[in-house]
Design a protein around this ligand. Structure first.
Ligand code: C2E
Ligand code: MG
Ligand code: MG
Length: 720
């Protein structure tokens, strides 16, 4: 070994070690001159020891690193350790990456020089190291290891490949306003916590600026870099961080989702290799962030309702089972909430409006629930609420509070809509010990609340169970009622008030069930609507009524009108006009002789309803609004619809002779309807007094028990 200047102080052991090592080993004096170089170094670098002692370092060390490397050695010669990477060129011009570890040598407390080891990494080795690191991280992601661990691993991998450069990953928040800590394994804790939550902006540090500018920000000298002008500069410098190279991380939609940064304790720009490394780290981090975000969303999807963000049925069941398992001794309560007539909103205003309304309702209901409640969406307009540690009285109070939130109208596209809900309640342990039973009973109680007139809550009782069983049976009976000929039509005469002539009939359905006897349409029509059976039944009604009308006409009965009720469910069937047209053709009925009766609620969304009504009008048939006055509509809305007839609801007619208010309303309706050119029929006329008043106010026609009850066709007679 030549040129050993301070061999007197250099322990023998170094020499031995140096020569045995197949990595580059060196020793330098306090001036930075290489004094000792092992055989491996000579082989790798291609310079003889003599050549090396004279060589110009700027020829060996890659230009972009010269300053930083010189800096490092200076620092070591002042007594510090250093690990860094450098790229050198061999005598033959080959690029060699080195990982350098170097330490100062002291003698009697003074630095006498430095020794170091340079581990060679060829381009291939370097690439392999990077690939191995990447693979390991990808495996971690695939194994579903915690997100934080993956980010940590990305940082330490890059730090290992580029020693001496602590890395940091920051994550962007949803609003794209702040960056928060992701990983920074080797940055000082005080610094990490100061950076956590920084605002994205041009001068709060390289990362904030990189996220802000959407491009890499290289602060080779934090001290003088504009990206550090506003904040954190002093803190960074105080911790010995002098350079920071940050790159924004993008997702697949080109949105900034974070930053990756490498720091340096020296004023320096990144080497080409570091730039490549930062790019790799950025790609990996982007993949990791997106993967974990997607996973989170899938989790969210699996346990939450997408529209409202509420827990879904699955989460609800889990929660309920857990409560019962861990707190079997406490009372708990289950609510089943169903919105009243929500289907009408969906059908007449469209699904988008329906969805908006649901979201508003969820907000309101949610606002009156406490910590002990789990509010979940079962589907459609059905919700469940699980109230832990809640007894009957507390449940009643909560239910009342929920209904109270429906008092105010909901504002949708400048339309004020009043909604109501029906609530069914079952109690643990009284009504059941298991989720299924509690849910079933709350559902039954909810139906009872609907039956009682909606907009209320009902506790489950055993009586209800029998009723719901009956309903189920009825549904199954109704399914075969048509084929078993259990359905029939009765006809009620409609009479001109002035002439006293019966000119028309309203067809009203009857069901004589083998199981239940006569069932009122008020009971089975809603059931038919709920089950969709209204569609075939409604078609049968139309065909039968039209056929009957033609029979009567053939018998020379002086009838000009057959009135048939249409359910809202039929009304919004796209093939309704086609169905009516073919029945008219089939029976040979003159279209103007048919009148379809629809209720006010059917026309709630004037625009959609008007479009359907126009199609029906085009067929040449008459259109009538049934039960007028019971809904929310004003007469003025009728102006927009192509209607012919208005039927005043029997509740007004009933009171007309005894209650001044009812009289006023009925008479106003008649006046205004005439103003709009509508024909007015009063329903439910039972007494001569009622008839006299209606006549005085020039109502056009009446229908009611006074003139005739609904009867089977063979009993029907027309004329004066
Ligand atoms: P609606 O269309 O308003 O029919 C008038 C109802 O009032 C009939 O009840 C009729 O029997 C009853 N009524 C007639 N005159 C008087 C009277 O002077 N006093 C009293 N108290 N009641 C009178 P019904 O037949 O029980 O039908 C009830 C409802 O069921 C009907 O009300 C209608 O909305 C529906 N409905 C009946 N048949 C059909 C049908 O074929 N299809 C559809 N979709 N609904 C139907
Ligand atoms: Mg009717
Ligand atoms: Mg009516």
């Amino acid at each position: 070994m030549q040129n050993i200047v301070w061999s007197s102080s250099l322990p023998e052991v170094y020499q031995t070690l140096f020569e045995q090592d197949d990595e580059i080993s060196f020793a330098m004096d306090t001036k930075g001159n290489i004094q000792l170089l092992n055989k491996a170094a000579v082989q790798i670098l291609g310079y003889t020891r003599a050549e090396f002692s004279r060589v110009d370092y700027s020829k060996i060390i890659s230009g972009d690193q010269l300053e930083a490397v010189t800096d490092r050695f200076h620092s070591v010669l002042q007594g510090n350790k250093a690990s860094f990477r450098m790229t050198v060129k061999s005598k033959e011009g080959k690029i060699i990456h080195l990982s350098v570890n170097t330490v100062p040598i002291f003698e009697e407390g003074h630095v006498k020089g430095a020794i170091g080891i340079g581990r060679v990494r060829t381009e291939e080795q370097y690439t392999r190291e990077l690939l191995n690191g990447q693979n390991y991280i990808l495996q971690m992601i695939a194994r579903g290891e915690p997100f934080g661990d993956v980010l940590h691993q990305i940082a330490v991998t890059m730090e290992r490949i580029s020693p001496g450069h602590p890395c940091s990953i920051l994550l962007c928040d949803e609003e794209k306003k702040h960056l928060s800590h992701g990983a920074a394994p080797h940055l000082p804790a005080e610094y990490v916590s100061a950076i956590n939550g920084i605002s994205i902006g041009p001068a709060q540090g390289s990362c904030a600026a990189a996220a802000f500018l959407r491009k890499p920000v290289v602060a080779a000298d934090i001290q003088n870099d504009p990206s550090w002008a506003d904040r954190n500069k002093e803190l960074a410098l105080a911790h010995g961080l002098k350079a920071c190279w940050s790159t924004p991380i993008f997702d697949d939609d080109e949105q900034v989702i974070g930053t990756f940064a490498m720091y340096s304790g020296h004023v320096a720009a990144p080497s080409e290799a570091d730039i490549r490394l930062i790019q790799e780290a950025t790609d990996l981090t982007s993949l990791a962030i997106q993967h974990y975000k997607a996973k989170e969303q899938i989790q969210m999807l699996a346990y939450h309702d997408q529209l409202t963000g509420l827990p879904n049925r699955r989460q609800f069941r889990q929660k309920l089972e857990q409560t019962i398992k861990y707190h079997p001794e406490h009372p708990h309560t289950l609510f089943f909430l169903d919105l009243d007539r929500f289907k009408f909103i969906n059908d007449s205003f469209g699904h988008k409006t329906g969805d908006d309304l649901l979201t508003m309702i969820v907000d309101r209901v949610g606002s009156c629930l406490g910590e002990n409640a789990l509010f979940s969406r079962e589907g459609g307009d059905e919700f469940t609420i699980w109230l832990e540690h809640t007894n009957r009285q507390e449940a009643a109070d909560t239910a009342a509070a929920i209904l109270e939130t429906f008092q105010e109208p909901f504002l949708l596209k400048e339309t004020e809509l009043f909604m109501t809900a029906s609530l069914g309640i079952s109690l643990y342990p009284d009504d059941g010990l298991q989720e299924q039973e509690l849910l079933r009973k709350a559902d039954i109680a909810m139906y009872e609340a609907k039956k009682q007139g909606r907009n209320m809550f009902q506790f489950y009782t055993d009586i209800l169970d029998d009723q719901s069983l009956k309903k189920l049976k009825m549904e199954s009976e109704l399914r075969s009622a048509l084929s078993r000929n259990e359905l029939s039509l009765v006809y009620q005469p409609i009479q001109h008030l002035e002439t006293g002539k019966v000119y028309g009939a309203e067809a009203l359905i009857r069901w004589n069930s083998r199981e239940f006897g006569f069932v009122s349409p008020a009971e089975f029509i809603p059931l038919a609507e709920e089950t969709g059976l209204i569609i075939p039944i409604g078609e049968w009604v139309l065909r039968t009524a039209c056929g009957q009308f033609q029979t009567w006409r053939a018998q020379r009965m002086p009838l000009t009108c057959m009135s048939v009720n249409l359910s809202i469910f039929q009304f919004y069937q796209p093939d309704l006009p086609g169905m009516i047209r073919s029945i008219l053709t089939e029976t040979g009925m003159e279209p103007s002789h048919l009148t379809c009766e629809i209720t006010e609620s059917t026309t709630m969304n004037t625009e959609t309803a008007a479009a359907v009504l126009m199609q029906l009008k085009d067929l040449g048939i008459g259109l009538s609004v049934d039960d007028f006055g019971t809904g929310y509509s004003s007469l003025s809305y009728l102006r927009k619809l192509p209607l012919d007839t208005l039927k005043i609801d029997q509740s007004f007619v009933r009171d007309i002779a005894v209650n001044e208010n009812a009289e006023k309303i009925a008479t106003t309706i008649i006046l205004m309807a005439h103003h709009l050119g509508l024909h007015v029929v009063a329903e439910g006329v039972e007494t001569p007094d009622q008839l006299a008043i209606l006549k005085a106010y020039r109502c056009d026609a009446t229908q009611g028990y006074l003139l005739g009850r609904p009867v089977p066709p063979e009993e029907f007679s027309a004329g004066a």
